[in-house]
Design a binder for this molecule. Structure first.
Ligand code: SF4
Ligand code: SF4
Length: 205
């Protein structure tokens, strides 16, 4: 798996959930399908009058979520910015050519009056596959983005009692002098954190 394949899978899903935060700090989520994909970038269309546009122009942070029929969750955490002014028409036409239904929504030139295209070229991508055994997760980036790892890790306080492994639903903890969590197979459920008798399991991020 890699960033490019994740974007291809999102394109295959087609309709994605886009989450932003409004001016009152409340979560806002909507489905978007007016998207054009490049190898390591996304361009999406909305209307300037929508609250979604206002939230993107004010804050810009967006999380985009897709879920495949194979139980793969793909999440982008990104900053969306308006595409370059002189490229707006090109991207609007590209998206409308790829999604003909949009011409019914914004017929004629209305697309260019109301419309705006945002681009995402910097993002952290989280891939989480619940359809395999053990489960699999990994992070990738496009552009300039920094991954903040979440989940759990085992510190040097570990006494090797094995309680974490015995209670791990994915059996993804490697025994040893210091037990070690295999991060790519970890659910982030926190069972190991709950049962460790010496508090050797720490939260990450
Ligand atoms: S439960 Fe805690 S002390 Fe025991 S093996 Fe796991 S991390 Fe180490
Ligand atoms: S968080 Fe859950 S899945 Fe991950 S190592 Fe701990 S018990 Fe296992």
């Amino acid at each position: 798996m890699d960033a490019k394949t994740c974007l291809q899978k999102l394109q295959y899903i087609g309709v994605l959930a886009f989450a932003t935060v409004d001016e009152y700090g409340a979560p806002q989520i909507r489905n978007i399908s007016a998207i054009h994909y490049e190898a390591e970038a996304m361009y999406f269309f909305t209307a300037k009058g929508k609250s979604f546009c206002k939230e993107l122009l004010t804050d810009g942070r967006v999380q985009i979520l897709g879920y495949t029929k194979y139980k793969e969750m793909i999440r982008l955490s990104a900053k969306a910015v308006p595409a370059m002014e002189h490229e707006q028409k090109k991207w609007i036409d590209t998206i409308f050519n790829e999604q003909p239904y949009l011409s019914n929504v914004y017929p004629g030139d209305t697309r260019n009056i109301a419309g705006i295209v945002f681009q995402i070229t910097d993002a952290v991508i989280e891939y989480f596959n619940l359809g395999v055994n053990p489960i699999f997760r990994e992070h990738y980036t496009i552009g300039n983005s920094h991954i903040s790892f979440k989940g759990y890790q085992i510190s040097e306080s570990c006494i090797g009692c094995g309680a974490c492994l015995a209670n791990c639903p994915q059996r993804c903890i490697q025994p040893g002098n210091l037990y070690q969590i295999q991060q790519t197979h970890c659910l982030h459920c926190g069972n190991c954190y709950e049962v460790c008798p010496v508090k050797a399991v720490e939260k990450r991020g």
